[in-house]
Structures are given as structure tokens and as C-alpha cells.
Design a protein around this ligand. Sequence first.
Ligand SMILES: [Zn+2]
Length: 193
Amino acid sequence: MAILKVAQMGHPVLRQVAEEIPAKALKSSDIKALVDDLVETMSEYAGIGLAAPQVHFGVRLFIIQPDPGDESTLRVAVNPVLTPLSEEMEESWEGCLSLPDIHGMVPRYMRIRLDAWDASGEKYSVEFENFAARVAQHEADHLDGVLFIDRMTNLSTLAYGDEWRRYHAPRPEPKEGGEDEEEEEIEEGGKSC
Ligand SMILES: [Zn+2]
């Protein structure tokens, strides 16, 4: 396993449409190895999702773990297809490991179905709502060369990390003299993927 370098905005790989993984490769050790590296890299950067193009592999594969404290929320999606289950959308905060320390409000579908293959090459279908649905849509966009800023309808919400935590983070005001450790208390919108 290895911690991979995360591509930053401006790298062409983040703007390319990633390639389908061929059926005969779905059960290959190459895919399992890439998944292991994605998991390790996501964990290293305290992310809640990571797509293969973000680590310079232009293939249609992402992982999400909407609750970083709960490994059972880890999901591997190979050749994923996302289908909105209602028209309803919601705006909320997102961050991206490829746009470090920047947050913005992004509208996303609130309920989706994800059809994909897992790390063992088995097909599955699962429904997500709210934050998990948001993270899956963010990652699926990475496979099409789309970044969260492209989805924003109001660029005035863009904020750097310090300012975001000070003025916008959805949590109680920091205690006086609070240290950075309090970042742990920041809710879902403070995590990047
Ligand atoms: Zn991202």
C-alpha cells in the first residue's frame, strides 16, 4: 500500500473524462491495489472520499467514507452510475482535496442511487441521501473532469479555510483561545473529498 500524491486544480488529469474499467479487469489485483492505495491516501489526508483521477489514474473508480469515524460507511465504486431519485436539491458546504483549504456552497441532489462494482468485482446497487449522496456526487463528478466549483451557483460563498472556520463553519462558536484541535468538532461540511 502507498500514500499517493493528490493532483491539485490545474493538473489536466482533473479535467479529463476518466475511462471505464474493462469488465475483464474488474476482479484484477491491479484494481484491488489501487483501491488499497486510495483508502490509505484518503485516510492520510483525513478525506471522506477520493477519486482515481485525483491520484493521477484516469479511470472510473472512486471511494467514499461519509463518516470518517465509521469504516462501515466505506464504499468502493468502480464504473459507477448515479441516478437522482428525486428532483429535490440542497445547497451545502463542500471541500476538495484537489482544491486544498477552499470551501464553497454546492447544490446537489438529496437522494440518489449508485450502481457500481465493488473492489471484488461484484455488482451492487445502493441508495444514498443527504450528505452521503452529496459525497458520491462530488466523487462521480471527478470522473467526468468536473470540480465542485463548477457546480456552484453563487461564487460569493467561496472561502479559505481559516475564514470558513471563523465565519461559516456549521458549529458553535469556537471557545476563547481555542486551538486548532477544535477543527475535529467541525461538521460534515468541513471535510474534503
Ligand atoms: Zn474532490
